[in-house]
Design a protein around this ligand. Sequence first.
Ligand code: F6P
Length: 368
Amino acid sequence: MNTKIKKIGVLTGGGDCPGLNAVIRAVTKTAIRQYNMEVVGIINGFSGLIHNDLRDLTEKEVSGILPRGGTILGTTNRDNPFHYPVKINGETVYQDVSDQVIENMKKAGIDALAIIGGDGSLAIANDFVNKGIPIVGIPKTIDNDLSATDLTFGFDTALTTASEAIDKLHTTAESHHRVMVLEVMGRYAGWIALQAGLAGGADVILIPEKPFSIDNVCDKIEERANKGRKFSIVVVAEGAAAKGGEMVVQRVVEGSPDPVRLGGVGNQVANAIERGTGKETRVIVLGHLQRGGSPTAYDRILGTRYGVKAVELLANGQYAQMVALKGTEIKAVPLESAIKKLKQVDPEGELVKAAESVGISFGTDYLK
Ligand code: F6P
């Protein structure tokens, strides 16, 4: 065991997701119980390191947080120390304050960082690795779009929320003979839409990886109606787009590592279905409900395993790594590799084929 690390700083960066507290708890307990280290919680992501907003974490501090959604440390997806907004004479300019962060770490006696984040926060973590800071990354995001791990924690809870929403929509859709369009999150990946659609028995699933034709979506709904199924459930990923069309951008968040916020495709699809089929159609945007609430048992366990492994790596001097799920095992992968490539649904893969086999349409029959 490498005993160089006496004090670990832990932070949560980017959008929150269920399971963050499970990781914070596991990091704290493992560091204290197994390695006799101290743990400092950094408040509101990297912002806490810029402003010296720190809080000692003891076993007592993390007691009872396992089932809680959100993060007891707070988070932000705006404060990138390498591109930090500062007001000068009323104008916002962006400065590199990373040296200040390193100075603050030294003053607080923090030897290493466990950074819990998605691609944005892990990219910042990698920039600090390049400045010589011992870091281990822990992958979180409901989108499940990090290529170096089979799963991110938070995804299973979001998926469960979306599947339950589909179950609830089924009963009201069936009663009113309506089309229900459910827009779910996922950014540029269709994992939530595809798997929630499969679990909830959707009739149509639209994902970014398979550009759709609205005529094909309408055909599927009419084909069902002709067979006596007078209602239909359409699940749309926020990043889905028609063939030859663009993703629908809802807003641009200045200062965020990825400033584009998607949203609005559900409304467009619902309007087009109503025009194309004459069927009464409603749209439901599930939004941040997918990020909230208590983590599922799966996410609590995955978060705990990630937290334990992250501290083990730091204690053994294995820095610049990210913990990852590979098959059934928790492994270490180079942090750099984790941020290189977005993990998207294979449009011809087994999950898509399984969905097609049970009659789900992706609105892509034009390809056949
Ligand atoms: O990355 C997680 C996520 O929830 C995406 O699915 C979604 O596109 C985005 O974050 C929403 O971000 P915000 O919370 O800034 O609106």
